[in-house]
Design a binder for this molecule. Sequence first.
Ligand code: SAH
Ligand code: SF4
Ligand code: F3S
Length: 454
Amino acid sequence: METLTLSPRSKTKRLYIESYGCAMNLADSEVIASILQENGYQNQEQEKDADVVFLNTCAIRENAEDKIWHRLTALKASKKHKPGLIVGVLGCMAERLKTKLLDQERLVDLVVGPDAYRDLPNLLAQVEDGHKAVNVLLSREETYAEIAPIRLNSNGINAFISIMRGCDNMCSFCVVPFTRGRERSRDPHSIIHEAKELVAQGYKEVTLLGQNVDSYKWTSEDGSEQVNFAGLLEMTAQVDPSLRVRFSTSHPKDITDEVLYTMAKYENVCNYIHLPAQSGNSRILKLMNRTYDREWYLERVNRIREVIPDCGITCDIIAGFCSETEGEHQDTLSLMELCKFDFSYMYMYSERPGTLAARRYPDDIPEEVKKRRLQEIIDVQHEISRTKNASFVGRTCKVLIEGDSKKSKTDYKGRNDQNMLCVFPKDGVHQKGDYVNVKILSSTTTSLIGEITT
Ligand code: SAH
Ligand code: SF4
Ligand code: F3S
């Protein structure tokens, strides 16, 4: 009988990845899992089963980083019961803090920035040899284009496709250009290939991801082929008429009429745009270096409503940016009333070291004032969402079933074209992944409740 002896290096190792922050980080975790699977690491669903724990981190606000420090302290305690456990910090906080993450004894073993994931097998080998490992080099070319992501925590229906990396916008409050480097667009052929693979695996919806998708621009090496975002959207829409296509995030300065026409032309491109305004006041927008003003933003929203009357629009808002007056805060509230966003992500301004705002403008709005303004913003948004959702009662929406509702196994949840969450009883006929017509019977601030009519 043959005995097989495995050296520790060739033994299958077990990896667990925890993702924080935006969808781009979730998509990156799927690339990381793929790179490491090729190198003998099996992805685990639970931390307790893993020899290597990665935190794929976010640095966008101070509290995002605080969360990671707490998590690292807890993991340090786990190391006591599990000697040899490797803890890695990846992503945006790794890129921002670099070797500072290694200052504290036995807290972190490796630090890897968003453009260095191909180096992970090598870095892990260094850690196994008893060294700390760091790679935070940013790249002008890396898009991980040909790596087939391993879908993590997937429902088998919705998937993210990363179409670009980095950001060149330099909004004065934002750390992303520092953590993710220069903007670069991924080869559209690899994007379409990924979309086709997803269709073959039964996926029904893809979301094209980038910090500023409207500035997607790819030119082939010989210069003979050029694709902009509208072109990529069209190519993706044509992959399969039953594949829903969404995208995020759009920058108000870049979203073109051509993109809106493409959305209107294809039934399977969802009528939904995430269009962060950040503020409704032109002076604040200028300080934020957003490069548009209130009038421009309102014009873009009007244009969207003209071309796609039923379009869902959502927003990001920052409360209490440097030197914001009460009147300027009121402008944000009035912009929200004018635009009637379906939903908004709302934050208090958090100063990030190294950004233009941190260097130039004092973070001078007291915490209580920021809190109060944020609450006013939240209250206005809730009221708009409530009215907006109520206006859907009596309508019938085409909904993609995504799975069981959170609250009840006898109900399904799914989203309509405008990305609104719909909940409805199972009918014993339709399944996850089916499109159904749902008649909306009632609503709350966060969801539409209805019943399947077909
Ligand atoms: N690329 C997207 C935003 C990515 S970051 C865009 O340009 O719209 C997601 C959101 O986090 C931002 O829209 C902004 O509202 C918020 N954000 C970014 N930096 C922040 C900071 N320093 N303090 C508070 N919120 C911030
Ligand atoms: Fe940050 Fe602005 Fe780039 Fe968005 S567009 S990621 S807010 S710098
Ligand atoms: Fe956070 Fe990085 Fe995304 S800072 S929001 S994880 S790009």
